[in-house]
Design a protein around this ligand. Structure first.
Ligand code: DHB
Ligand code: FE
Length: 307
């Protein structure tokens, strides 16, 4: 059996085993390998093309940018659309829409009660206070909810991934008060672009695509008995708002800016001059089971459920 046709080879790859293995992993691998064999044959992929792609994948993984590619190729949004569809089928489509977590969340940000400052001292742009409540779909306040919030700095970079920023810079969590209220001070973030000269930007250049995201702020909202909500809000007026490289803009998540809001009542956040306010309530669902209420990031949740 030394000589093989392509079909015999594929069959061997898909059926050879010495143990039962994991049936789900086997089914998915078989499908992906079969599709890739087909792609190589039908698009006449040369050995040079194949090995250039393998090298690119190696460099992509080594640079920790797998999550940038998944977003840019639409997979993150696809998973959200599929969860939305499942919610529709189960008559559970309610509350604040979900939006992609993105690859740049870091758990463990410092927690403040009721209100926090995300900016450390120096204002880096237009002062922003965002405030509102976490309420459930019956309109009841959720006290003691944890609102994780993170955004990029004035150069469009995220702490942890950017060596120039302090740990947890522009990353905080707020515990809601008895009325479910939260508020934080920061600055209006700019848009974001994928790192130049990276494996991610190589692919996007070859695809003739840009790697820009419109200005946005991320949230992970969690409380006992509440379905964890991962979402983002967009700052209106950004030229990429309908041309997000990660396809993550959603109706209902483009906030309204209230510029020149008088500072009275905001002294505890160090606000002494007119500022830009955003009011936004997070409307969350009751969890159907504990697995929906973990408050974990996508990676941690996957690890807990699959290993
Ligand atoms: C990417 C960056 C983000 O800030 C984000 O929210 C989603 C995706 C990215 O580079 O892929
Ligand atoms: Fe982001």
């Amino acid at each position: 059996m030394a000589e093989l046709s392509k079909a015999q080879l594929l069959d061997l790859v898909n059926t050879t085993h010495v143990a039962e293995g994991n049936p789900r992993v086997k089914a998915l691998t078989q499908r992906i390998v079969t599709d890739l064999f087909k792609t190589i044959d039908e698009l006449d992929v040369s050995p040079d093309e194949f090995w250039a792609a393998a090298d690119w994948l190696t460099r992509l993984g080594a640079s920790g940018q797998t999550g940038l590619i998944t977003a840019g190729l639409g997979f993150d949004r696809l998973l959200d659309i599929r969860m939305d569809e499942a919610d529709e089928r189960a008559a559970r489509a309610a509350g604040t829409p979900r939006a992609i977590e993105g690859p740049l969340y870091i758990p463990g940000a410092p927690v403040g009660k009721g209100e926090v400052r995300l900016d450390e001292g120096e204002p880096k742009g237009e002062v922003l206070v965002m405030e509102g409540r976490v309420i459930d779909t019956d309109g009841q306040p959720v006290a003691g909810a944890k609102v994780d919030v993170w955004h990029c700095n004035e150069k469009g970079r995220y702490s942890h991934f950017d060596p120039d920023q302090a740990p947890y810079s522009l990353r905080r969590a707020i515990e809601t008060d008895a009325q479910g209220r939260y508020r934080f001070r920061s600055f209006l973030p700019p848009g974001y672009a994928i790192p130049p000269g990276s494996p991610t930007s190589e692919l996007f250049q070859a695809l003739g695509r840009h790697g820009n995201r419109p200005a946005h702020i991320h949230f992970l909202v969690a409380a006992p008995g509440i379905r964890t909500l991962t979402t983002q809000v967009n700052i209106p007026g950004d030229s990429f708002i309908d041309d997000d490289f990660a396809f993550a803009t959603r109706d209902g998540l483009i906030v309204k800016l209230e510029p020149q809001t008088p500072p009275a009542g905001y002294a505890s956040l160090g606000v002494t001059a007119p500022f830009t306010r955003v009011r936004f309530d997070f409307v969350v669902q009751k969890a159907q089971d504990d697995a929906e209420a973990t408050g974990l990031s996508r990676a941690a949740k996957a690890k807990a459920s699959i290993g």
